[in-house]
Design a protein. Structure first.
Length: 466
């Protein structure tokens, strides 16, 4: 068994269950551009990307993949792929520029048009309400470490449900709150770039609260049959050895990387060990009575974003660290095997491990892979082709791992490939290409990579060939 191919080759094609959802995913700030059009105001990423040294090459999302002006063209790409679902995010500052008050009509119109055209193309719209682009005004008022931001998010969710409830099939409240809380407020490598362990833990709690308030608001306004979900980038944590110190390192990362969200959302509790680990930073008195009950409002599925596993041993990690309460006890080791252009190890077994764990820990909760994919240094050759065999190998191995998890009893309902288009990869700017469609950012020309042709075949067959 190798990291690239987690199961022995068989001659039997791997068919996915009937009704399995096949999708691609994107996020507003990464593709839309049109940063100052029709009343949109700056988000924390507009601000952060202008701070010298924060984003590679000084790149910003001002134009990105210009999706705002190319919706129909991009939906035509999805038609060619044959996807059943499309996961996108709503830019909060485009629809409610100050994070307060009524919605801006033109902002809503953009998402009305997007969802209408998707439905005409027979593609289910899957909308994420928060993929990291907080209106700057709310950050200026304190951002996610402040409780008020969660309240504002609940109101924004109500407004969106009212406007698009008849068009969107699945609503995801938050995308990867771990990154937003711990990279945004802990290590500071993401917007808004703060470096405070306390702020990161407060933000994590307010994300849980915001998720609960939004779930309640969505349920109150949505028609029957709409689904509500949450997407987490769960860490497939592996101890380097079975030594007690390494096992403790893995426990700490599981607490502050995974259970910090899983426990409040699915059990209405805070992980006791996390509270102990973080005692030097906080007594968690910002968690008020009733918050955890609100956070644990039932949802219809859990979205999982997976890219690579996390191998840890006893040690310490450099400051500023995103790992509040674990930073002086844990060091991170490179997992063996091939790597993507992000220098992330390719290891599909980690996805299988995660899914099997969730099968056991969250019985009855349907699972959806809401992101999985890889960056490579792709380019269009003189014949106009983009050959990306490593990405095809990565995707094949990860889909095989999902299939194996389903055979092992995990209730996985769908797979969204990250990403439809090359796009703004946060602190890496445009230097990393995750798309299965190549974007020439000078001309905005879109070209199917080999992986896009391959994925279209997978969708058409409903699985992997032998
Ligand atoms: O591009 C990001 C996405 O916005 C969130 N999940 C991980 C992707 C790759 O880094």
């Amino acid at each position: 068994m190798t990291a690239l191919d987690p199961r022995p080759r068989t001659t039997t094609p791997l068919r996915f269950p009937a009704g399995f959802r096949w999708g691609t995913a994107t996020a507003a700030y990464q593709i839309e551009g049109a940063a100052a059009e029709h009343g949109r105001t700056p988000s924390i990423w507009d601000t952060f990307s202008r701070v010298p040294g924060k984003v590679r090459n000084g790149d910003t999302g001002d134009i990105a993949a210009d999706h705002y002006h190319r919706v129909s063209e991009d939906i035509a790409l999805m038609r060619r792929l044959g996807v059943t679902d499309y996961r996108f995010s709503v830019s909060w500052p485009r629809v409610q520029p100050t994070g307060r008050g009524p919605a801006v009509r033109q902002g809503l119109d953009f998402y009305r048009r997007l969802t209408d055209e998707l439905r005409e193309a027979g593609i289910r719209p899957v909308a994420t309400l928060y993929h990291w682009d907080l209106p700057q005004e709310l950050e200026d008022a304190g951002g996610w470490p402040e409780r008020e931001t969660a309240r504002r998010f609940g109101e924004y969710a109500a407004l969106m449900a009212e406007a698009l409830g008849d068009r969107v099939a699945t609503w995801t409240t938050l995308n990867e709150p771990w990154c937003a809380a711990f990279l945004g407020y802990g290590s500071g490598v993401h917007a808004p770039g703060r470096t405070s362990a306390l702020a990161s833990l407060r933000a994590a709690h307010h994300f849980n609260l915001a998720h609960g308030l939004a779930t309640r608001a969505l349920r109150a306004a949505l028609p029957a049959g709409s689904e509500v979900s949450l997407t987490l980038n769960l860490h497939a944590v592996r101890p380097h050895t079975q030594a007690p110190e390494d096992l403790d390192a893995a426990r700490r990362i599981d607490a502050v990387g995974n259970r910090v969200f899983l426990d409040p959302v699915f059990h209405g509790t805070l992980p006791e060990d996390l509270v102990r680990d973080t005692a030097p930073v906080t007594d968690w008195s910002f968690v008020r009575d009733g918050d955890l009950r609100t956070a644990s409002a039932p949802i219809d599925s859990l979205g999982i974003n997976y890219y690579s596993p996390t191998v840890v041993a006893a040690g310490s990690s450099p400051a500023p660290s995103p790992w509040a309460g674990a930073e002086r006890h844990v060091r991170f080791l490179p997992a063996p095997g091939p790597r993507t252009a992000m220098d992330w190890p390719v290891d599909a077994n980690g996805l299988h491990e995660l899914l099997v764990r969730l099968r056991d820990d969250l019985p009855g909760v349907p699972l959806v892979i809401t992101e999985n994919g890889a960056a490579y240094d792709d380019y269009a050759d003189p014949e106009g082709q983009v050959k990306d065999p490593e990405r095809v190998a990565y995707l094949r191995a990860h889909l095989a791992a999902v299939h194996r998890a389903i055979e092992d009893g995990a209730d996985v309902r769908g797979y969204f490939l990250w990403s439809l288009l090359d796009n703004f990869e946060w602190a890496y700017g445009y230097s990393k290409r995750f798309g299965i469609v190549h974007v020439d950012f000078a001309t905005q020309r879109r070209t199917f990579k080999d992986s896009a042709h391959w994925y279209a075949g997978v969708i058409a067959r409903g699985g992997l060939e032998a």
